[in-house]
Design a protein around this ligand. Structure first.
Ligand code: NAG
Ligand code: NAG
Ligand code: NAG
Length: 610
């Protein structure tokens, strides 16, 4: 395989226009381009280059306050295991009257979930699992919890689904399931059909030598959220064929798989073709006009930088999907979002666990709660030689030197020790803390694997989880994780010493929180979704509905969401009551250093394929 020519890479510039030593090297290795996709498990993501934008200066001015974030007054906790709470969150059914000339919701007659206009998604009526009798409280700011009085035909159904209806946009199959059918063409080097099988869960694994349970475990690839989400949506209990009833509109475009098959060796015309097509289709539909697409969402199960090409030219990485005006109005669900754009949101990477019942989750939680954890901490991953900004070599050196750290060094090729989920899950299950430095991008699937194993994640950069998965993880990061800054690691802070300082009681508390997050970070079986708890899909759908409902209210109130500044998009979900976005925040300095970390691959990287 041919290596790239590093000289073709854009040089990251600091505020003054000079090279920024912090953001590292302009010489990030392009060899990783292919590696990222070939090896499974925990090895490489794309190496990418940080380009610091001019807007940096604005953030720098806000300084650094290390005290914030720990004592958050308005901690939003996700409490996944709460019996009977599944449908208690009600969003008031939508008044679209002021939202752009659509007929108002109340005037239209409700239709029951209807598969007719929702292809390729079909409705499964079996999922009447919720306890609607508890659904009396309202999250909708004191408004009535449902509009059942004005919708006599829907009765119980309207109560259960009030404000939760989803409309599924109709798209030709080539935008979604055909890509799965043609899975052999998804990736130039490996047949991905193994991983797209079983609704995107991949091949089933059993037992794993006692590491897993007998059922519900799969060797899931980290980029199959498109398929997983779609399968769940097909069986969503509140689908409607009437878009005027819907709280949000799901566009079944597998944007992740689409870009995936065109990332290497294709010109920008090819990479953007389907993106432009899908925009043409959806913007010409009447549903679009209600909110200019702000109630529309879709999955793009890769990282955001795969869809934010810096400029036109075959040498630049990715598609320009997320920069298209229509898509800017929508919400794209990715596994790594941009902290500086408002139109994407991060949802968890798929892990190996896809439970079929609440019972399976309880049994798993019990198991990981009782495990002996002989190692204080562990690290599974590979170093990033050649990346000046990576702290992985420091972590590996510290782990090697410590008698309480277990190291699983990953390598490419057949000797890849991290390739098997049973191996790294065994490691995480025998460790109290699991180190989660940045990968080739900010995030790592491994962070979710660790939490699934009941191992408390140790993060070194807020971009790895804290500013990403704000829908799924607690706002107060100290509740479930340890933060040691990359700068501290570079300054020879001892990880072991830091972790030893944490009291057993605090460890216990954090681990309990991590264990309680298990349902929240896994994708359950679509055929028998969880009953009393919300999985990653449920939490995502709730968050989308909340977001669109707020937007709609803003439009009705004449408050445009335009007042939100993209550069602060990472910050909005972390704000406490009364806090303003301009107020200093713990992560300001880091955000400024890393602002606009955009991928820009040179042509050579794309020619390495064959
Ligand atoms: C892009 O590639 C396709 C085939 O992959 C080719 O048909 C087309 O002419 C190319 N377009 C440009 C502008 O190079
Ligand atoms: C995006 O939304 C704004 C208003 O919210 C609207 O004016 C604009 O036309 C929308 N863009 C597209 C492409 O529909
Ligand atoms: C960290 O330790 C290494 C080797 O022990 C040393 O070379 C380096 O100067 C130290 N760095 C700092 C900031 O103390």
């Amino acid at each position: 395989m041919k290596r790239h020519n590093a000289a073709e890479l854009p040089v990251p510039v600091s505020n003054g226009g000079e090279r920024d030593d912090k953001t590292g090297s302009k010489v990030d290795k392009m060899g990783g381009a292919a590696r990222r996709w070939r090896c499974g498990g925990c090895c490489s993501r794309l190496w990418f280059v940080l380009v610091v934008s001019a807007t940096v200066t604005m953030l720098v001015l806000h300084g650094y306050d290390s005290g914030l974030g720990h004592g958050a007054a308005a901690v939003v906790r996700i409490e996944p295991v709460r019996r009977g709470s599944y449908h208690t969150r009600k969003v008031n059914p939508v008044d679209r009257g002021g939202g752009g000339g659509r007929p108002s919701f109340c005037g239209s007659s409700p239709s029951p979930p209807d598969s007719g206009s929702a292809k390729p998604v079909t409705v499964d009526h079996k999922s009447a699992t919720s306890d609607s009798s508890t659904g009396t409280e309202s999250d909708g700011g004191g408004e009535p919890s449902s509009a059942s009085s004005s919708r006599p035909a829907a009765e119980d159904k309207s109560d259960r689904c009030g404000g939760r209806y989803m409309y599924v946009q109709e798209l030709p199959l080539r935008f979604n399931t055909d890509m799965v059918k043609n899975c052999a063409a998804l990736f130039p080097w490996t047949d991905m059909c193994k991983f797209t099988a079983n609704g995107g869960f991949g091949p089933q694994m059993s037992g794993g030598g006692g590491v897993f349970q007998e059922t519900g475990w799969y060797n899931s690839d980290k980029y199959t959220v498109d398929i997983i989400f779609h399968d769940r949506m097909r069986r969503y209990e509140c689908l409607t064929g009437d878009p005027s009833l819907a709280a949000a509109v799901y566009v079944p475009f597998f944007a992740g798989l689409e870009v995936w098959r065109h990332l290497w060796g294709f010109n920008v015309t090819t990479r953007d073709a389907m993106a432009l097509e899908v925009v043409d289709i959806i913007t010409s539909r009447p549903e679009w006009r209600a909110m200019g697409g702000r109630d529309h969402f879709f999955t793009a199960g890769l990282i955001t930088w795969d869809f934010r090409r810096l400029a036109d030219g075959d040498g630049h990485w990715g598609s320009k999907l997320f920069s298209l005006p229509a898509i800017k109005n929508m919400t794209a669900l990715v596994v790594e979002a941009s902290p500086w754009h408002l139109n994407d949101a991060a949802i968890p990477f798929p892990t190996a666990f896809h439970p079929a019942s609440d019972e399976a989750v309880f049994v798993w939680q019990d198991k990981i709660r009782r495990l002996e954890r002989p190692w204080l901490f562990s690290f599974a991953g590979a170093a990033r030689p050649g990346s000046a900004k990576s702290i992985r070599s420091e972590l590996i050196a510290q782990c090697r030197a410590s008698s309480v750290c277990s190291l699983m060094e990953c390598a490419d090729g057949p000797s890849n020790k991290c390739g098997s989920p049973a191996r790294y899950m065994r490691l995480f299950q025998s460790s109290i803390f699991c180190l989660q430095p940045q990968g080739d991008s900010y995030t790592r699937k491994s962070a979710f694997d660790a939490m699934l194993a009941g191992c408390i994640p140790v993060f070194f950069h807020p971009g790895t989880a804290y500013v990403q998965y704000t829908w799924h993880l607690p706002k107060n990061h100290a509740d479930y994780s340890v933060y040691i800054s990359e700068d501290d690691v570079r300054g020879n802070a001892s990880i072991e010493e830091r972790l030893r300082r944490i009291t057993p009681a605090a460890v216990e508390r954090m681990r309990e929180t991590v264990i309680s997050l298990v349902p929240t970070v896994v994708y359950a079986q679509p055929s028998s979704k969880l009953d009393t708890m919300k999985d990653a899909f449920d939490v995502t759908v709730d968050a989308i509905i909340d977001k669109v409902t707020r937007l709609r209210r803003d439009i009705v109130d004449g408050r445009g969401e335009e007042e939100k500044l993209e550069m602060y998009s990472w910050k909005y979900p972390l704000l406490r009551q009364g806090q303003k976005v301009e107020d200093p925040h713990e992560w300001d300095s880091l955000a400024s250093i890393l602002l606009y970390s955009l991928l820009a691959w040179p042509k050579a990287a794309m020619l390495t394929s064959q």
